[in-house]
Every structure is written in C-alpha cells, then in structure tokens.
Write a protein that binds this ligand. Structure first.
Ligand code: AMP
Ligand code: GLY
Length: 427
C-alpha cells in the first residue's frame, strides 16, 4: 500500500518513519515533507501546499493511495477530509465539523459542557468592553484565549489583570485576525499537564500512551510559550487508574457528544489535560490531530504496524483491532531549535553529522530542515527532534543528549532539563 502524509514537521517525519517500518508499505509520499522525509528510504516529498486539496486529491487518485494521514490542524479545519472523502479516498483525520473541537475554543467549551467533562470555568465574549469588565470582576490569574486557530500563540495565562486586558485588546485589535474576534476567558488551572492522544473511528475510542511535553522555551519551564521543546512517554503522572478515569470521564463522553452532533470523527482526539493537585483530569483543550512533539515519543513505542491502526480508524472497524501493543521502557525527545526561537531566528544554517548522532542510538526526526544544493540546512525555528527509546526514561534521555552532542549545527538551542517532572516522580 502507498500512504500519503500531509504536513512538514517532526510529527510527519515520525509518522512516515513509523509507517515504513512495515514492509507492507510500498511508499510514503509527504506533502510537502521536509529534509528528513526527503532522505528517508521509500519516502519522497511532493511539492504541493497542504491547502491544495484538489492537487492532493488528484495525485492520490491517480497514484492509488490507500490511506491519507493528515498531520496539521489547519487543513483539517479547512475541510481537507470532507473534500478527499468525497473523492472516495480513505482519510485518517476528522472532517471540518469534527475539527471545530480545536478550531473554535468556544465550540469545544460548549461541547465539554454537554459532555459534562471536567474543564476550567469559562465565558465567551465577542467584544472587548464586556471581556475587560469580566476580568476586572474575576481578578488574576486568569486565562485569555483567542477562539480560533492562532498557531499556538492565542493563549495568555495572565498573572495580572493588566496583562489580561492587554491580551483582550490585542485579540480584538486583530492580532490573530478573525481567530481573535471571539475570546474565551477562563479560570486558571494549576497542576501538571499531560497529553492523552486517543484514536477513534467515530464509534470506539482508545488512548495511546500518555505523554508530556515542555511548552516553555526556558529551563525550569520558564519564558515564552513555544510549539514544544521536548516530550516524553509514558508520563508517569497518568497512572493506569487515572487513564481509566480519562477514558470514562473525558474520552467516551466527548465522543458521545460528537456523535450527538452527527459528527463522524475518525482520527486523533488529543486531550490536553491539567492533572490538578486533587488528582482530577481537567481538560485544558482538545486538538483534532496528533501532537507535536508527543507523536515523536509515542510512535517509537508502538509495537504494531501503524497503518493497521490508522486504517482501522479510517474504515470504522477499530473495535476489531487487537489491543494496542507497546514496547516496554520509555521514549524521550529533545527539540533542537535555532537560537532566537520563538522570536526571530536565522534560517539556512548547515547541519551535519545526523547519521553519527543516530549511531549513538537516537532517532533524529527533522522539523524545520530542507535540502539546499545537496546540503541539509535549517529552515524553521524548531529544527530537529532528537529522540531515543530506552529501558527507562533516564536511559532514553541520556541517548538523546549524547546524540545532540555529536550534531553539527551552529547556534543551536535546546533545553537540558527535558523530563525533569517525570524523573522527580520516578525517583
Ligand atoms: P493551548 O494553546 O490551548 O495549547 O494553550 C497553551 C498553554 O496555555 C497550555 O498548554 C497551558 O500551559 C496553558 N493554559 C491554557 N489554558 C489554561 C488554563 N485554563 N489554566 C492554566 N493554564 C492554561
Ligand atoms: N504539543 C502540543 C501540540 O501539539 O499542540
């Protein structure tokens, strides 16, 4: 079978790499892919935009693509699945209606209310003045969220009322385009975050291994929010008892609520959770896709062919799939970024010694890279995802950091404390 993967990040490199572990997969085509997918055996890049649904559909039909896996949220929110399904193609990823769970925080909040899922108390506003009056009444800390997709930049966890007001004014002032013309203001939750990615065929839902990522740029989880600076799985904070609660109290009721809306959701339902001090799983947000970089630590531990899992969802027969099998041990991922990320950073810096780094026992997924005149160069803020699996999380982290030590990439930045929450918990 041939599989087409839509997207260009570390997540898509990990998807392609995992799919190709099965010799049933003849070829993976990444649209548009990156420098890593360009050099993976039996994989190639196709230079189309992720919003060129017609081009993708035509290519998939002509080339007899058996499965299309959509990585990022933007094409899902724009209806790529609806378009491709109408061409009789098999797609892993929800329809536009399902993708609202990520593309509109107000919609997701209303759904969570219907499903009686634990989440932060929230109010929705369509104008600045009442939103400002509300934060003045509630006080800080308080969280201000642009309703729509804002490339991970639409959330302000405001420590002061002034900061919250600045965020409200920015959103209604057009900082996030139409995504900020509606704002959700919510209670600030405390605790530890965990990501539970679940796969569903619209009827059955099953969690993958729980993961945690590190969103802040600085060590000790300080500084600006980023797309994610590292991750690990499994996350020890999500015990099997807690996972059972998440299944019963979050995943199943949310799927039932989606069904109530007539939504046939086939893809990943990603629950971003705050595990409160009392041990309750409260939903911070839902995403309609695989997490990045969580995917880079979850997939290396999956001990079965990925296409079988994804096809079972896309063809609505997940109930017939054997239980998901996992390797023992743990996986870690350290994100190597360009110096300056998440603000201004240079592109085009040469990168070398990836194979030597992989010889240290790591898997190097590419995020922002490309091949320029036969040389691998940086092409984004988050450049490489250096991942490893090990008997323990400490082993996995040691391998990942040893591999980073070998990579040649001037002015790289990475956090040296990935996994610190979990290591503290295990000790
Ligand atoms: P998001 O862009 O929705 O992933 O949110 C980014 C980050 O903001 C989350 O990972 C949390 O760290 C934080 N956050 C969002 N909502 C809340 C909340 N209600 N309470 C505390 N932190 C939050
Ligand atoms: N790792 C966070 C996300 O994928 O949204």
């Amino acid at each position: 079978m041939k599989v087409l993967v839509v997207g260009s990040g570390g997540r898509e490199h990990a998807l392609a790499w995992k799919l190709l572990q099965s010799d049933r997969i003849q070829e993976v085509i990444c649209v548009p892919g990156n420098g890593g997918t360009a050099t993976l055996k039996r994989c190639r890049n196709l230079g189309l935009n992720t919003n060129d649904f017609e081009g993708i559909g035509r290519f998939a039909t002509v080339n007899n693509i058996g499965l299309i896996v959509v990585g990022p949220e933007a094409p899902l929110a724009e209806g790529i699945t609806d378009y491709l399904q109408a061409q009789n193609l098999t797609v892993f990823g929800p329809t536009q209606a399902g993708a609202q769970i990520e593309a509109s925080k107000a919609w997701a909040k209303a759904l969570m209310k219907e499903a009686k899922v634990l989440t932060a108390a929230a109010q929705v506003f369509t104008a600045a003045a009442p939103a400002i009056a509300y934060v003045q009444k509630m006080g800080a800390p308080i969280v201000v969220k642009a309703d729509g997709l804002a490339a991970g930049k639409g959330v302000t966890v405001a420590a002061t009322v002034e900061e919250a007001i600045t965020a409200i004014e920015a959103a209604f002032g057009g900082a996030f385009g139409t995504a900020g013309q509606q704002v959700v203001i919510e209670e600030c939750l405390t605790g530890q975050e965990a990501s539970v990615l679940a796969i569903t065929d619209g009827k059955t839902i099953r969690p993958l291994l729980p993961a945690q990522d590190h969103k802040r740029i600085g060590e000790g989880d300080t500084g600006a929010n980023t797309g994610g600076m590292g991750a690990y799985a499994p996350a020890p904070i999500v015990t099997s008892a807690l996972m059972e609660r998440i299944q019963q109290e979050v995943l199943e009721p949310t799927l039932a609520a989606l069904q109530q809306h007539g939504i046939d959701y086939r893809g990943v339902l990603y629950a971003g959770l705050m595990i409160t001090e009392a041990g309750d799983p409260k939903v911070i947000e839902f995403n309609c896709r695989f997490g990045d970089p969580e995917t880079q630590v979850v997939l290396p531990l999956l001990d079965m062919p990925l296409h079988e899992v994804l096809l079972a969802c896309a063809q609505q027969r997940l109930d017939q799939l054997p239980p998901l099998a996992w390797l023992p041990g743990a996986a870690a991922c350290v994100v190597v970024a360009a110096q300056g990320y998440p603000d201004r950073y240079p592109k085009g810096a040469p990168i070398g010694k990836i194979q030597e780094a992989e010889a240290k026992g790591a898997i190097v997924f590419h995020a922002g890279t490309r091949i320029k005149e036969q040389q691998l160069v940086s092409d984004g803020g988050r450049v490489l995802n250096v991942c490893a699996i090990g008997d323990t999380l400490s082993d996995a982290l040691a391998k990942a950091y040893a591999a980073i030590g070998v990579i040649q990439f001037n002015d790289m930045y990475y956090r040296r404390d990935i996994g610190h929450h979990a290591l503290a918990q295990i000790q």
